[in-house]
Design a binder for this molecule. Sequence first.
Ligand SMILES: Cc1cc2nc3c(=O)[nH]c(=O)nc-3n(C[C@H](O)[C@H](O)[C@H](O)COP(=O)(O)OP(=O)(O)OC[C@H]3O[C@@H](n4cnc5c(N)ncnc54)[C@H](O)[C@@H]3O)c2cc1C
Length: 758
Amino acid sequence: MMRRLKEEILHADLVVAGGGLAGTCCAITAARQGIRVILVQDRPILGGNASSEIRLWILGATSHMGNNNRWAREGGVIDEILCENLWRNPEGNPIILDSILLEMVVAEPNIRLLLNTAVDSVEMDEALQQITSARAFCSQNQTVYQLTAPLFCDASGDGILGFLAGAAFRMGAESAEEFSEGMAPPRATGDMLGHSLYFYSRDTGRPVHFIPPAFALTDISTLLRFREIRLSDTGCKLWWLEYGGNLDTVTQTEEIKWELWRIAYGVWNHIKNSGEFPDAENLTLEWMGTIPGKRESRRFEGDYILIQQDIVEQRIHKDAVSFGGWAIDLHPPEGVYSFEPACSQWHSRGVYQIPYRCMYSRNVHNLFLAGRLISTSHIAFGSTRVMATCAHNGQAIGVAAALCCEHQRLPAALAEKPLLEQLQQRLLRSGQYIPHLPTVDPCDIAPQASIETTSTRTIDEFPSNGKFIVLETPQAMLLPLQAGRVPVFTLVADVDRTAELTAKLMGPAKEGNYTTDILHARLHCKLELGKNQQIRLDFETSLEAAGYVFLVLQPAPGVWLHLTDERLTGVLRLVQGMNAAVAKTSIQAPPPDSGVDTFAFWLPERRPDGQNLALSVEPPIPAFRAEQAINGINRPWLHTNAWVADRDDPRPTLTLQWKEERAVQKLQLSFDTDFDHPMESVLMTHPERVSPHCIKSFRILTDSGQCIFETKNNHQTRRTITLDAPVFTTTLAVEVLETYGAPAAIFGVACFAEAQTP
Ligand SMILES: Cc1cc2nc3c(=O)[nH]c(=O)nc-3n(C[C@H](O)[C@H](O)[C@H](O)COP(=O)(O)OP(=O)(O)OC[C@H]3O[C@@H](n4cnc5c(N)ncnc54)[C@H](O)[C@@H]3O)c2cc1C
């Protein structure tokens, strides 16, 4: 007699297949927007490639590898995850990240999470070209689930829902001609990026033998980059152990995995037994990946296909809902068996918008596309594929799904006004960052208030702390200047060799970028020997518009610039250069006619002994006006967009004041958790658990002095405060009780009369 497995029928508003970061952030966002979500993940934990099964660090538009995207860490749920991970896990332990993701998902009552459950078939309404249900099987509880919903989201990496539903997709590189992409090959190929497997090692304190499994590669020299093996490289640093990009990365994935095991065990055998690494004697193989990290397979077609030019030219899209900023990062398909460099990274001058039309299938009408499988060319995929970008796109889909449910519409209906505007504004309100798009929310009553503060900082003086840096490579201070006469800057230096100092004022050619394309002014000054010299830089020039400007100092051997301990929101010291790990590829000349040119890279300097240059500015720059806290932009962009209090203000307070009494039930506050910090999630350790600019404890008071909220341990960028009942007041005061070190800063305050405001 044939028996049938237990069957359960579940219904929701949205079914998300795949619990990588795209699926997880999509599900959390949709649930918080009030719709019911089923999140189906075929593995025991969430996070996909970021999970402890694979252990990739979450990156996006900010990166320790270097680029010119300042303050570009993604916002919303992925920011919440990264801030929480930094707080709990500055050691970069992947298991802790797993626990955070699980905690955040199960905290959402609107999510039904099915772990160890794989989607394996769909049913369609062929006439409507819509998915009606998906079937999924859990091997742990031997249950088959029938999942029905009006909307589905494919966040499964390889695109299980899209493939089964017949959604249009592509695999392999397009020809250069198809989209006029200069970086694409002359002819279309099946070439993709390959899979990788990592391992971790550990020092046991005593000699450890290693006998390799019989399947390990014995002749390591067949790996063309075997000479690059370094003992210190574990986990993500072994990204180049790559293979399989010229095979079918979906159906041949098990074959690829076995080859990667052969390679990875072979590399470890080489480290332990070749004699070339005597320091490896006490090392044991602590962990070996069992599931390969997949880079590329199917890319599904939406109503728009993102291409190279969108990224390189930073094209503006009316339906922008997200952004990217990783380099166009392409790898040879043969991976370790290729003669070519393991990766080639071509950077855009700044971040680029990602349109909503890339996030739903063009022919399966109720299917959203999330993660690495969104609608891009192979070249553009080289940039959009990183996890923080995938997660941020997932958030856009979460909000879109909620709007579709509210308005009984299909995903494509949101690509046009008026629903498009609702989508963008609601996304911004949910913490999403969309470059060039400020929040304009008619429900927010904060912009109707006048603002008073106990103090407002200017950029006036960064006092010397007695530490120095020698001016060997170009240094810069990135400063938010006003339109009009440029102030006079005075540096402090010790000079042990007579020198000529060249200083320049430089800025971007494109609004909102952080590049040195344009020279505003230059001056030279002769420096005599001596300590504590005041170097006065008066450029005697004016700027037509306010914006970020680089005060660049060219190398001058023998000149020691003084540093300061002072850190300030929206001000950075940068050094020209490139992370050595990618320098050989990142600044190599791009292919002729590729549409990409070369330009200078500037990296932030985060030194514990002094982040910024000691500097005084006359007249001071009024960079932190309180009105910036209600201007709808919650990170530095063109301006600092923050209110910052004086360093010695004993109780920094920002007070909103309305002419008449207002009802307030919900507040949103945005703090400075340093959007320039990538907060790598695993492997890389961080010296701090929270950005020094962040506000640690604060309280909110009404006009009667009633405290309606107080917290003592904040480490998040955004705090949404929902009161049980509305308060009626003419003022609301945000009182800062403590920061993590830097002067108190607030990027945004929003107030709503109703708790339900999405
Ligand atoms: C070796 C390597 C190095 C990389 N380096 C970086 C890096 O440094 N930083 C970075 O940010 N990105 C990096 N990337 C890219 C990045 O990891 C991927 O592009 C990203 O993980 C894609 O996110 P996703 O959510 O679409 O897919 P995934 O992270 O793969 O998540 C998809 C999830 O769907 C699940 N799933 C699959 N099929 C089903 C099914 N039938 N039913 C239910 N669930 C299913 C999978 O188990 C998986 O958990 C790298 C990738 C690789 C492979």
